[in-house]
Design a protein around this ligand. Sequence first.
Ligand code: NAP
Length: 305
Amino acid sequence: MEEIYDLAILGAGPAGICAAIYATRGKLNTLWLEKKFVQGGQIVDTYEVDNYPGLPGITGLDLGETMVKHAEKLGIKPKREPVLSIEDEGEVKVIRTKKNQYRARAVILACGAAHRQLGIPGEEELSGMGVSYCATCDGAFFQGGTVAVVGGGNVAVEDAILLSRTCKKVYLVHRRDELRADKVLQDKLFKCANVELVWDSVPVAIEGSEKVENLKVRNVRTDEEKDLSVDGVFIAVGILPNTEKFKNLVALDEGGYIIAGEDCVTSTPGIFAAGDIRTKQLRQVVTAVADGANAVTSAEKYCDV
Ligand code: NAP
């Protein structure tokens, strides 16, 4: 007879780690799967996390490791097995990986999201050395400096406003001559005297030897290239939730996020969504760990344990 776990947790970012901690402390027979070798989710790519209470200035890698060690101390470790599919057989969910097939009564999807990348030279090489995807996390490291924000949506405009408070100068580079962001945010942005809009322009390369020094942009109307001398580049061109494999399992919103509230309950009984993968206002470590705890509480109620 195949073992039936009480709970399967997919993902070992902050939401998945916190879910594993709560599930273990709640004595649920738990299966925990993660597709990557390095656990910790998106934070491992962040140089420093300075907004997680109690651990000022910790590096993303250290925070991820500390969280995983906490779970391991309680007796649970993630298995490195990318999940291929989940089938809902009612009271039991079947989780298939390349090597195995597992069965669980409840599943928490905590597979996170990935920032959309520009795919230009220098982006990957200088990631964490001036290239950032999160102004809330990394903005403080550029105090008094000059930075560029790429994008024209709500996140890019909010980032530019936030950075304008501490940076000497902020360029906002957008590929069109009109922003996608809400008008109310645009009004706030246009009042920031140290923000310069670089319209109709796409980044073509991020340059620098050991850290970001220059952003090369091309005007899409004139094809002219120009150099922006900057200390940092914040890329805010949208994020992509890792939900491709679950689109037939749970309801998603138009952005591809799993529709779920603070209780992490999805459209499918027994399937819960925690962290960046679900619809929510703020995608941060603090909100992800809160989801992990809430998702386990909901799963416990569902399993009646
Ligand atoms: P978004 O709304 O999808 O905006 C992405 C921006 O990046 C767009 O301006 C897009 O240009 C640009 N872009 C996309 N690919 C690009 C590329 N390869 N090169 C250059 N530019 C590129 O994404 P977001 O700003 O991350 O926001 C995500 C979601 O969260 C949105 O639904 C947003 O409304 C929501 N959100 C809401 C709030 C709020 O309500 N206060 C705050 C933050 C986020 P185009 O405009 O030309 O397509």
